[in-house]
Design a protein. Structure first.
Length: 66
């Protein structure tokens, strides 16, 4: 595992971030050619951060994005 302040993708291009609603959760996602990649979850419930489908770096399913 590499810890860095630089993202692993998009170093040579401009990164576009969007706040979206995914599966009922407010999240920050990075738009890439592969789709949206989850960056951050906005929640006050600690259990939300333990969810497997909300882990950072996950490519989001388009059907669940509003």
């Amino acid at each position: 595992m590499m810890y860095s302040i630089a993202p692993i993708y998009g170093l040579d291009e401009i990164i576009e971030y969007q706040e979206i609603e995914y599966n009922g959760y407010h999240v920050l996602a990075c738009k890439t050619p592969e789709g949206y990649i989850l960056e951050r979850v906005y929640s006050t419930n600690p259990q939300d951060f333990l969810r497997e489908d909300l882990r950072p770096g996950k490519i989001l399913e388009n059907a669940l994005i509003k």
